[in-house]
Structures are given as C-alpha cells and as structure tokens.
Write a protein that binds this ligand. Structure first.
Ligand SMILES: [Mg+2]
Length: 394
C-alpha cells in the first residue's frame, strides 16, 4: 500500500480549493527548500520530489508552495495504518506513506482485498492509495511503482497492479535493472558495462559470473531478477532502521552548531526508539558537504542503546573522525539499525544511571502530551540554532 502524493493529498483534504491545481509541499524556495511532495498537476510541468523548490518554481511559475505540516501527516498516516491493521496483523511500515501487508491467510482474492481497503481508506479518511499485489515484497513494490507510472493525467493514480503467481519473472523482464531494489546508479553502470540493461538480461546472465563480479550481492541480484524474494513481512517492531536528518538553509562550519543539531536529532531518535521499546546496536552518521558529496559512516556497539547521550557521543565522535573541518556542512543526520527489542542497563553506559532513564520517560511523556517543543535541554536555550532555520527532509 502506498498513499498517492501523500502530503499533497492531506493538504487538499484540508483545503479543497487546491484540487487539480499545481502545488507542492516542501521548504521555502528562498532558503534552498526542497519539494517533499507535489500534486499530479505539478508533475505535468516535470516538477518532482527532492527537487529544489526554486527550480520547481522555474519549471512551473504558477506553482502554489505549501510548507510541510508533519504533525498533520503523521496523524493521517496513523489513521491509514490502523485501517490496514484491521485486515492483517502482519503490517510492515516502510515509511509514513508506505506499508507491506501479508494477507496470505485471508480467504479472499488479494486483488479484492486491495480494492476493499482502497475504498475504505478513501471513504473513511478521504485519501487516495495505490497497491501492488504479488507473492513477495520485491515484486509487489515494483508492481506498484510500475502501475503508478502508467497513470497519466492530473488525478491521483489510485492503481491496483496485480502480478499473478508464476508471472513474476515475465513481469520483471522488460523493466530496467534500476527498478530492482538495491540497484543504485553505481551498480546500474557496472551492469551496463557487461551488457545488462533490463531485469530480463540480468535474470538470464550466468549467476557465477555475477558472483565473481559482485560477491554476495550478485546472488541477490540474480534471485531478485528472477522474481524470487524470501524476505518476510516484518512488523514494525522488527523495523530495520530509523533515522533523522536535517538540511541547513546555509552551510554550517561551526562545530558548536553542528553538535547542537546532532543533539536535537539524537533526542528525537532516542525518544522514537524508547517509544517503540527498541534499542540499537548500529549507529550511522550521514553528512553532506556543500558540493553535495555525501558520506555515511557507521559503527556497531557491543551493547544496544536508546540513550540520547550515547547516540550523541557515538555519532558525534564518528562524525568528527571523518569530517575534514575545511568544508562546510549542508546536511547532517544520524540513524540506527540492528535492533534489540529489550533495553539492558549496560556496563558500558553505567554512568548513565537509572535516574536518567526515568528522566527520559518523563520527557517523552511530556512531549507526547504537549508536543515536541514543550521541553528542551537548558544547554539549547542559549544557542543560535533557531536563527538557522532548519529544513526537514523526507
Ligand atoms: Mg506515496
């Protein structure tokens, strides 16, 4: 299940006069904002998400720009997900607007299940959705992307694309290898060099040669190209990663501001982890220089954590180790993966005692009740961060 132009659809529900208009949700064009989501009317002008808002306005001068309203989107997302949960306990939320459902134990045709859920979401919440239906996640996701791309015009796609069992391989064959999961620009170039352009080319290539060239990834490439994917639908408790990042409205070289930004991100991340009863072994930092070169570095801890300060210490030290300090930073982010569902009080973090965990609990519940800005660290009060208007990236 994938919500169609989710942020835009929510904005349109709240302001019906936007219907059929070219509009985009995202950041301020004057401060290097980017398009988070754009209406299908805007897409007629080649506007797309992740594009700088200023560029979008050049392509479509009549574009209406709406600033993001995350709180509202997350409320709508919850409402949609809870409808899905009425149909299956096996829901894997991939993002705010996408989820996999395992419906193999429902005694109905999967296409009918999709149609029923699609119309229930439309009727009860008012949002348009599209579905990809298949025997596995890989093909369902590609089917949905494919179905949505076939849709032309300014209305929402509201597609249901079904790949019947046994048809996976022939469905995938004509598509570009770039539509496979895990095939980025770089792999795609590598594959091109050996004459592989379509998924079909890849499926009929010699598996051993792929392994020689791509290692273990070659096995997956071959399997996926043949429509095989054994990954189960895992519920959100078994979620694979969580992350937070910000793009600055001007490039930052101040260590103080960067560290405070990372603290803010770690507080959000820690609170999210504790909310889900999770802690993580692997911490990853991401940073982008002003020339757009982007790096990620990660480290795996001996014990899992969901502690803001452990996230900060680990992430910040990792960042400092690699940041060249010469080039200003455009984006900074921190993420975690490799989860453990129970948090142990660890020898390693003994200095962060029980009192601190109780404090987190209180802070988290205050934020839940009154919003995330209700309480901040005293050390943040004096900082100039607020004057650096930060752009959230989706
Ligand atoms: Mg979507």
């Amino acid at each position: 299940m994938d919500l169609d132009a989710f942020f835009c659809a929510v904005e349109e529900l709240n302001n019906p006069s936007l219907k059929n208009k070219a509009f985009a949700v995202g950041g301020d064009p004057k401060t290097r904002g980017v398009v988070s989501s754009c209406s299908y009317a805007a897409r007629q002008f080649s506007v797309h998400s992740a594009m700088p808002m200023a560029q979008a306005l050049r392509l479509c001068p009549s574009l209406i720009v709406i600033s993001t309203n995350h709180h509202r989107y997350s409320e709508y997302s919850k409402a949609v997900m809870s409808i899905l949960e009425n149909y299956s306990a096996l829901i894997e939320k991939m993002s705010i607007d996408e989820a996999f459902m395992d419906v193999s134990d429902i005694q109905l045709m999967p296409g009918d299940i999709a149609r029923t859920i699609q119309s229930e979401i439309k009727k009860k919440i008012g949002l348009p959705t599209s579905f990809g239906v298949s025997v596995n996640k890989l093909v369902a996701k590609i089917a949905n992307d494919y179905g949505k791309k076939q849709h032309k015009g300014i209305s929402y796609p509201e597609q249901i694309t079904i790949v019947n069992p046994g048809m996976e391989k022939s469905f995938l064959a004509p598509l570009s290898v770039g539509s496979l999961w895990g095939v980025g620009e770089k792999t795609q170039q590598e594959l091109k060099k050996i004459g592989i352009h379509t998924i079909g080319d890849l499926a009929s290539y010699d598996q051993n040669l792929l392994v020689n060239r791509f290692g273990k990834h070659g096995v997956d490439l071959f399997k996926h190209a043949n429509g095989l994917d054994e990954r189960p639908v895992v519920t959100s408790h078994e979620r694979k990663s969580l992350s937070q990042e910000v793009t600055f409205t001007k490039d930052i070289e101040s260590e103080v501001i960067l560290r405070k930004t990372m603290l803010r991100l770690c507080e959000k991340l820690g609170s999210h982890l504790r909310h889900e009863g999770l802690s993580a072994y692997t911490i990853k930092v991401k940073y982008r220089y002003k020339d757009f070169s982007t790096y990620t570095r990660q480290i795996t801890l001996p014990e899992p954590t969901n502690h803001d300060m452990v996230l900060l210490d680990t992430g910040w030290n990792l960042f400092l180790k690699y940041w060249n300090k010469i080039n200003a930073i455009r984006l900074i982010g921190i993420g975690v993966s490799n989860f453990s569902s129970h948090y142990q009080q660890l020898s390693l973090w003994d200095s962060f005692d029980k009192k601190e965990m109780q404090l987190f609990k209180i802070i988290d519940s205050l934020k839940d009740k009154y919003g995330k800005d209700i309480i901040i660290r005293a050390s943040d009060l004096s900082d100039k961060l607020s004057s650096y208007d930060i752009e959230e990236e989706i």
